[in-house]
Design a protein around this ligand. Structure first.
Ligand SMILES: Nc1nc2c(ncn2[C@@H]2O[C@H](COP(=O)(O)OP(=O)(O)OP(=O)(O)O)[C@@H](O)[C@H]2O)c(=O)[nH]1
Ligand SMILES: [Mg+2]
Length: 351
């Protein structure tokens, strides 16, 4: 491990305080020279699962979240739940779907008046618990939820609604699974991780940022794809197309021509569920095959990314994952290590 990385790990292991200072210092450290294999870059389109991937890498290395961090996640979970339900009640209204239970009009008012909160304590969340439970059971909300591909809603809210009574307890502290399902709104401290006893730092980057000043070296690139996003629209832009375009930009960036790229087709759990009912041909008429067969849709995704690589070829590995799956992430971590250390590469599927 280089001195730069050692300094960095000593100073930035997850439980250290002073997030803003930490983030500034990490930026400064990243400008230093890094040897290949010490720094891993993580890219991916919005909400594809980059932060979840980082959280898992951290957990695999045994760096558990401490009490203070869990309290912050609790606050994020409360906000995720109420904001998620607010989206659903608003969409129900827009779609003109009637309430099954008219008592929910009152709950709707409570949810609609919610503003994002800091220092959100369990006793302040308590009044929302029965409202969320009652709304979630209403066929009006269920119907709005079924049409969620037409508006932006985090898939994880279903998990939280299903667990609302556990989460609503006054002594609630999120477990690791709950934490993996959170979506925190952009915070830079989420985007870096130095892994204990591991030779590398993983950093999330956004392609819109000023990249050239930061990476003078060849470092492996992990690219996360939200595989189930093929029918999601964000800012009038299909999310899968957004991911394909971003990959094309990355693939063709001169500064990354020598970097190994590993594509992680994430959200396989959601994809498997989605193909049962959704028809990918509505969004991608060029799809040939059975739209309800997972393997056909996976192959289409692989080929779509392959097409974005244009005329010249280089090694691009790929892997199918479910980033929220704690059990299987050890294998994913091993894959990352193997590729970063360039070992056992023979068996890896290549784009
Ligand atoms: N079901 C399921 N949910 C996932 C998976 N991966 C990520 N998520 C959820 O998707 C949401 C977005 O994931 P994040 O990790 O925050 O995505 P991100 O790419 O960091 O998002 P931004 O930083 O906003 O661009 C979170 O609520 C995650 O829990 C997955 O494999 N399956
Ligand atoms: Mg993120």
């Amino acid at each position: 491990m280089s001195r730069a990385l050692r300094n960095l790990s000593e100073r930035f292991l997850p439980d250290k305080s002073g997030a803003r200072k930490r983030s500034r210092e990490i930026d400064a450290m990243l400008k230093q020279d890094w040897r290949c294999g010490e720094l891993i870059l993580l890219f991916g389109s919005d909400k594809s699962g980059k932060t979840t991937f980082l959280k898992q890498m951290r957990l695999v290395k045994g760096a558990e979240f401490n009490h203070e961090e869990r309290l912050k996640f609790r606050e994020a979970i409360y906000n995720n739940i109420i904001r998620g339900m607010r989206v659903l009640v608003q969409e129900r209204k827009k779609l003109g779907i009637p309430w099954q239970n008219s008592a929910n009009e009152m709950h709707e008012m409570l949810i609609e008046s919610f503003e994002r909160r800091m220092n959100f304590e369990p006793c302040a969340f308590k009044p929302y618990v029965s409202a969320i439970d009652s709304l979630w059971k209403d066929s009006g909300i269920q119907e709005a939820h079924r049409s969620r591909t037409n508006f932006e809603l985090y898939e994880s809210v279903k998990y939280y609604f299903d667990n609302i009574h556990r989460i609503g307890q006054l002594n609630y502290l999120p477990n690791n699974q709950d934490i993996l399902y959170t979506h925190k709104y952009r915070s830079k401290e989420d985007d870096y991780i130095v892994l204990r006893d591991s030779p590398f730092l993983v950093a999330v980057y956004c392609l819109r940022g000023p990249l050239s000043r930061i990476f003078p070296i060849m470092c492996p690139i992990l690219y996360i794809i939200g595989s189930s996003d093929y029918d999601q629209i964000s800012d009038e832009y299909n999310c899968l197309v957004q991911s394909l375009d971003m990959f094309k930009t990355l693939y063709n960036k001169k500064m990354f021509l020598n970097n190994n790229i590993i594509l992680f087709f994430n959200k396989m759990d959601l994809l498997a569920e989605k193909v049962q009912t959704a028809d990918i041909r509505k969004h991608f008429p060029e799809f040939q095959g059975d739209p309800h067969r997972l393997e056909d849709v996976q192959e289409f995704l692989i080929q779509s990314f392959k097409k974005r690589t244009g005329n010249y070829s280089r090694l691009v590995f790929y892997h199918m994952i479910t980033a929220v799956d704690i059990e299987n992430f050890r294998d994913v971590f091993k894959t990352v290590e193997d590729i970063v250390m360039c070992r056992n590469l023979k068996g890896f599927p290549i784009l």
